[in-house]
Design a protein around this ligand. Structure first.
Ligand code: GTB
Length: 216
């Protein structure tokens, strides 16, 4: 049966694919699983029907018969475990892919998120300009290490895995900043991820939601 995701009815990123529903759409496209999307306003996200699915009143959520999930990491882990295409067959390699999913979410994403929050929500605070170099340095520390590991590999563990999907999704968040441009091999890694047909289908689908909302 077709699973259902939730996403923003009015994405604040204007269709740039920065919401965490995008990575779930991408995972489903990678494994060829059709899906439905239920769009929610910010108000609906905080109302009881959605809070029953997501205790923190956020997107994305995932529903299939007998299972309801929130947290993009858990959702993608489930998709990768129940379909072919996002995990290697060999148990050690599969575990290393999971290792990279956690590294993306727990080690690389936090400093990126901190910088994004400062730019979006604390832009006018007196300390923001002073804080910026420190925020950038914390991100670069992670990117330096990632570049060193990646070397001339195409993907983190031989084939493209859910670990790459998550790492690239996290790096996309650097978007317009110049930080990623300092790292040619990481920029190329991100470009390879963005060029995947499944990514492009997922991106087009979320952009269509924004465009439809704008026409209405
Ligand atoms: N850890 C959770 C996961 O990985 O699923 C985090 C989920 C999350 O942060 N969801 C955000 C949300 O629902 C949307 S993606 N926020 C609403 C709320 O908390 O009330 C984060 C996001 C938000 C906004 C933009 N933007 O403006 O561009 C981009 C991404």
């Amino acid at each position: 049966m077709t699973p259902t995701l939730t996403g923003f009815a009015n994405s604040p990123d204007r269709g740039r694919g920065r919401g965490r529903d995008m990575r779930v759409r991408w995972a489903l496209e990678e494994v060829g699983q059709p899906y439905d999307v239920r769009l929610l306003t910010f108000a609906e996200m905080k109302e009881p029907p959605h809070l029953a699915l997501h205790p923190f009143g956020q997107i994305p959520t995932y529903e299939e018969p007998g299972l309801q999930l929130f947290e993009s990491g858990a959702i993608i882990l489930h998709i990768a475990e129940t379909h072919k295409g996002l995990f290697p067959a060999e148990p050690g390699a599969r575990m290393r892919a999971i290792n990279w999913m956690f590294a993306a979410l727990n080690t690389v994403e936090p400093p990126i998120l901190e910088r994004e929050t400062a730019m979006l929500l604390e832009r006018d605070e007196s300390w923001t300009v002073k804080r910026q170099p420190g925020l950038d340095a914390r991100i670069c520390k992670r990117l330096d290490a990632l570049v060193a590991y990646l070397g001339d590999r195409e993907w983190l563990e031989g084939m493209f895995t859910a670990g790459d999907l998550m790492m690239a999704s996290v790096l996309f968040r650097l978007g317009s900043s110049s930080l990623l441009q300092r790292y040619p091999s990481l920029s190329a890694y991100v470009a390879r991820a963005e060029a995947r047909p499944a990514y492009r289908r997922a991106f087009a689908a979320q952009l269509a939601v924004f465009e439809a909302g704008n026409r209405a």
